[in-house]
Design a protein. Structure first.
Length: 175
């Protein structure tokens, strides 16, 4: 427990904190995923369902924009940074908490200082590139529409089959 002075934490809280602070990539990566994706997804849903959620919706919309920008950079650097910087995922966890906690409004700060400036400067080029890519994907989809529809149908049938088997296993377990 040398990483932190635990003070008045209960033993249960201390073990939870220690599990997150240890350099175990599985635990801290799980905490990062929960913090950076699962909770924000739930909070975004809650904000979108609330009639008074305009401020929350703006916060979460901004968060997702910043998250996407960071994710693009991270995809290229994740493995390298994780090996060079042993507490990378701990820093990532702290950063995502800072991005989303209302007291800091970190996502708004990053958006206003960096993302907005970048998108205003390069938005026209990005729109042109997206328009081209969407046109190409649409043309490809039109060419291969039958295959796509068959694939979607096969996936639906597979999901239905899995649901049926799970239901049957659940019924068998109850007997």
């Amino acid at each position: 427990m040398s990483l932190v002075t635990l003070g008045a934490l209960t033993l249960h809280q201390a073990h939870g904190l220690r599990a997150i602070l240890e350099p175990n990539p599985i635990i801290v990566r799980t905490a990062c995923t929960i913090t950076s994706v699962l909770y924000p997804a739930y909070a975004s849903f809650r904000a979108s369902e609330s009639p008074q959620g305009a401020d929350d919706a703006r916060q979460w919309l901004t968060y997702w924009g910043v998250y996407g920008s960071i994710h693009l950079v991270e995809m290229a650097m994740d493995r390298a940074v994780g090996t060079w910087f042993p507490y990378y995922f701990h820093a990532k966890l702290a950063f995502f908490l800072w991005l989303q906690l209302p007291r800091y409004k970190g996502a708004m700060q990053v958006h206003d200082r960096y993302v907005r400036k970048f998108l205003r400067k390069f938005g026209g080029r990005i729109d042109s590139a997206l328009s081209f890519v969407i046109g190409q994907v649409d043309a490809m989809a039109a060419t291969h529409e039958l295959i796509i529809l068959r694939t979607v149908r096969a996936i639906r049938e597979l999901v239905d089959e899995v649901r049926l088997r799970l239901k049957e296993e659940g019924d068998d377990a109850e007997e």
